[in-house]
Write a protein that binds this ligand. Structure first.
Ligand code: HEM
Length: 194
């Protein structure tokens, strides 16, 4: 599974280029939409596999997830927190190519409906739309933050989707291995708060 490599790369980029990512985020959002459409059109090209198979989208979500579990005092966490919204927008935009690439097979019944993946995706749609600052500004801060809590349901569904639908056993193990530190760190952080 390629996800750990992509996750490390995204963390490194966020750490080194925090200011640039924030400054040019609108350009990156547009690039992500263009890439997403190209991936759907040219989905059989081997080098697009990480996008077709959802590794890239998942890696963005993982960085967003783990940011919420890290110590807020660390410089790394501070930098990750500032690009968090941009990463979730980029991740979701790129991820759209993943279900779209499988849609014909799913609709024709060639493969079973990946219910957990579908659930995770549907839960994420309102979170994605309200992540755009123009829409976020129109919402009450309290409504917005309670809506964002649904992300946890989505993370849980992603984990089950990866366990159920990973194409190989090593991929399944890597997915579980990525969730363990997240769950442990998040629980420790919540316990500390209390
Ligand atoms: C937030 C939502 C989702 C994420 C993060 C996600 C991510 C992933 C990842 C990382 C894999 C593992 C690929 C592998 O091990 O080779 C996978 C497998 C798969 N996903 Fe998703 N996915 C999501 C939603 C969906 C949706 C909505 C669909 C289709 C309607 C879907 C269809 C599939 C299929 C068919 C596989 C198996 C691929 C294979 O066997 O080659 N996923 N997904």
């Amino acid at each position: 599974m390629l996800s750990p490599v992509i996750i490390l790369l995204l963390i490194l980029l966020a750490y080194v280029y925090t200011a640039q990512i924030l400054k040019q985020k609108k350009i990156w959002y547009t690039v992500a939409w263009i890439v997403m459409v190209l991936v759907v059109v040219f989905k059989d090209l081997v080098f697009l596999t990480p996008l077709v198979k959802g590794y890239v989208g998942f890696a963005f979500f993982y960085v967003v997830m783990i940011t919420g579990a890290l110590d807020p005092k660390w410089t790394l966490t501070k930098r990750l927190r500032s690009v968090r919204t941009s990463y979730s927008i980029l991740g979701f935009t790129l991820l759209i190519a993943h279900p779209l690439s499988y849609s014909i097979k799913v609709l024709s019944g060639t493969i079973a409906i990946p219910w957990f993946g579908l659930g995770a995706f549907l839960v994420m749609i309102p979170l994605f739309i309200t992540s755009y600052i123009s829409i976020r500004k129109k919402m009450k801060a309290k409504t917005w933050s309670s809506l964002q809590k649904w992300a946890y349901l989505s993370y849980g569904l992603i984990l089950i989707h990866l366990i159920v639908n990973a194409s190989t056993v090593p991929n399944r193990i890597v997915a579980i291995g990525l969730f363990i530190p997240y769950i442990v760190l998040k629980l420790l952080k919540e316990l500390k708060k209390k």
